[in-house]
Design a protein around this ligand. Structure first.
Ligand code: 13P
Ligand code: SF4
Length: 311
């Protein structure tokens, strides 16, 4: 039983004892964000995982993120507090179906969002994140035929933004699809001076009302640098924790779902990680990410391309 265990103190003791680094995504609960060694967006977290000297990476995020850490740092032990922490985008793109789709379009390259399994990465040419996609697209000729998977909303956003016609895999993030345009318009009417910052995983009917569109880190930077006193945030609401810490004088409002509040927009996969499970994973060094070497190497090539093209 964990009764009487000071979980925070134990996490601190174990992180030193195990030479572990705790990496966390902005969608994790505040308690986890606050004790992490580093909190970031998917690109920043990939870079940190690639360059850390720690022997153990405790990844507080979802499974594909921990897999990226293992792909880039195979000699390290990578633990994920809950191995069930998946992603609806990953689920929407089974590797065999993706491979068949690629085979049906042999003249296309596959530009693949990092939110997918290692097996799908292994079938891809270049990985992108929301913060690196534009820079990477700018290095590809306009006539290049491209499959973009698995997020149709993100792909459609980059198609609109860059004037391309990428072929889109029909996946979506359940969190960003849950925002309601009607409720967002009602909220905007109540706060006419509040800008809206949105993640490009949102459908176009939400992005159409956004003043700024970008990755979680870009949304955070915008929220902190904007002169506005009130800001509407259309992404997973746990990121508001960082905003409130850095700018307590401002008001941050999570964009609403159909029920009129932002609670339905919490990521159920991210929520599986808890302080208690983080403690247990550091204590037992499990659940651990393991990948077969052929898949790892095949997935590493398109990830390395991203890191080179995004730098
Ligand atoms: P970024 O942090 O790269 O914006 O990704 C958002 C997301 O949905 C992660 O699952
Ligand atoms: Fe996947 Fe969406 Fe959750 Fe991110 S927020 S992990 S994209 S389901």
């Amino acid at each position: 039983s964990l009764q009487g265990v000071d979980i925070r103190a134990e996490i601190d003791r174990l992180r030193k004892e195990r030479n572990a680094v705790i990496l966390a995504h902005y969608y994790q609960e505040p308690e986890i964000q606050d004790l992490a060694d580093f909190v970031g967006d998917s690109l920043d977290l990939s870079r940190k995982a690639a360059e850390t000297d720690a022997e153990v990476i405790a990844f507080c995020g979802v499974r594909f993120m921990a897999e990226v850490a293992k792909i880039l740092s195979p000699q390290k032990t990578v633990i994920l507090p809950d191995m069930e922490a998946g992603c609806s985008l990953e689920d929407s793109c089974p590797p065999e179906q993706f491979a068949a789709f690629r085979a049906a379009h042999p003249d296309h390259i596959a530009l693949t969002y990092i939110n997918c399994s290692a097996a799908v990465k292994a079938h891809s040419d270049i990985i992108v994140t929301s913060s690196s996609a534009e820079k990477i697209l700018s290095q590809l000729p306009m006539e290049q035929k491209i499959i973009f998977a698995p997020d149709k909303n993100l792909g459609a956003y980059f198609n609109r933004k860059t004037g391309r016609d990428m072929l889109l895999w029909p996946g979506a993030c359940i969190v960003h699809e849950a925002f309601s345009e009607t409720e967002l318009l009602k909220l905007k009417a109540l706060h006419p001076d509040a800008p809206v910052a949105a993640h490009p995983e949102c459908p176009a009917y939400i992005l159409d009302h956004a003043d700024q569109v970008g990755s979680t880190r870009a949304i955070l930077d915008f929220a902190l640098s904007s002169p506005a006193r009130t800001i509407i945030v259309a992404t997973e609401p746990h990121i508001i924790h960082q905003m409130e810490k850095a700018a307590p004088q401002k008001t941050f409002i999570g964009a609403p779902g159909a029920d009129g509040n932002c609670n339905c927009n919490m990521c159920p996969y991210m929520a599986l990680n808890t302080l208690e499970k983080l403690y247990l994973s550091l204590r037992d060094l499990t659940p651990r990410i393991e990948l077969d070497e052929a898949t790892r190497l095949a997935a590493k090539a398109p990830l390395d391309r991203m890191l080179a093209m995004a730098s």
